[in-house]
Design a protein around this ligand. Sequence first.
Ligand code: ZN
Ligand code: ZN
Length: 417
Amino acid sequence: MIHSIRGFNDIYGKESVIFQKLESLLREILKLWNFKEVRLPILEKTELFQRGIGDDTDIVEKEMYTFYDRNGESLTMRPEGTASVVRFLNEHKLYGSDRYLKFFYIGPMFRYERPQKGRLRQFHQAGIEIFGLPHPLAELEGISVLQYILSRIGITDTTFYINSLGCDLCRPGYKEALFSFFDNKEEHLCEDCKRRKIKNPLRLIDCKSTKCQENLEKAPKITDFLCNNCKNHFDELKNLLFLYNISFEENPKIVRGLDYYNRTVFEVHSKSLGAQSALCAGGRYDRLSKDLGGFDLPAFGWAMGIERLISLITDSSDYSEEIDFFVVIIGESAKKEGLTVIDRLRKAGYSVEYDTFFGSVKSQLRRADKLKAKKTIILGEDEIKRGVFILKDMKEGKEEVVEINKLWKGDFVKWSF
Ligand SMILES: [Zn+2]
Ligand SMILES: [Zn+2]
């Protein structure tokens, strides 16, 4: 037998129902904030992620599914959504006619990570991207919709961390300070950080190794280096969050692993996920579009892991899907009538199932129970002769005799569940 690839899951049963419900809830809520959906391709040119996410990030260094196609072109299965949305926006020249655009996406992403609990190689993300707005109102739009989504799902044990990474004017000073701080602590750094220190000292801040974590307490903090514009932006954002009653904690350790962020970055953590796992993360990335050869376009966005979100849903309701009707057909001469009834009911908007093997009455009723039919229609030769069927309410166990004619008149549409 051939098995699936490690870290690539089949989603079915209860999980599949929760996926559907979550996706419709996301679509419903994002619509209230006027986000438009974009369905992006799963494969992109490798260069998009190398240039977009940054060559010295974990994702590009060691986690991408990259291969050459038959034409010798290097392609990558998308590890995240933002670079693709920026590519899409510029390619279709959407910016210009409208200078304020909001998109969302939901779909699978691919990263070659060590498979462990909560980490898959094919996982799903929902994300939003807001373009054209340099003001922290962009952050407010994105963060307020996120908070509303989490509250509607019922996830409450979250902490919302924010930080500012400054801009091209003030960040170099901070990087320099970081570099000198870590320069005489080389022996206390993990191998990755020894290398990162020279290329991008900011990455040392969110290193997961305990060895490096110990150093960080005394490390210089970015917020002490912000220029006036960045400081004002950050203050204004905090005021806006107060206005919407969104509670947050400032956390200078939040720097995100990606190169493209500037000013605002944030992460939403849940205690149930453990210390290192963010449920959702995002930030402002004003340079990315231009870096990818597109419009000079301020932007803000976030992405959340759907599987992680689902792992937090404590709702214990039974998600197995019910059906409206099960039709029990007894005897050869009832088949024709029975099959017609089934077709009519389905086209009237009811979910209907029947036993295609036409087993005994007992086994048909057992199947009706198993499929959680709300009502069962029993059609035997005797009923057909009398022009009726038996309608059984499976929850209350009550039976009534109904004229088949009523079905054709459309009366059944009034049956409520
Ligand atoms: Zn600045
Ligand atoms: Zn390290």
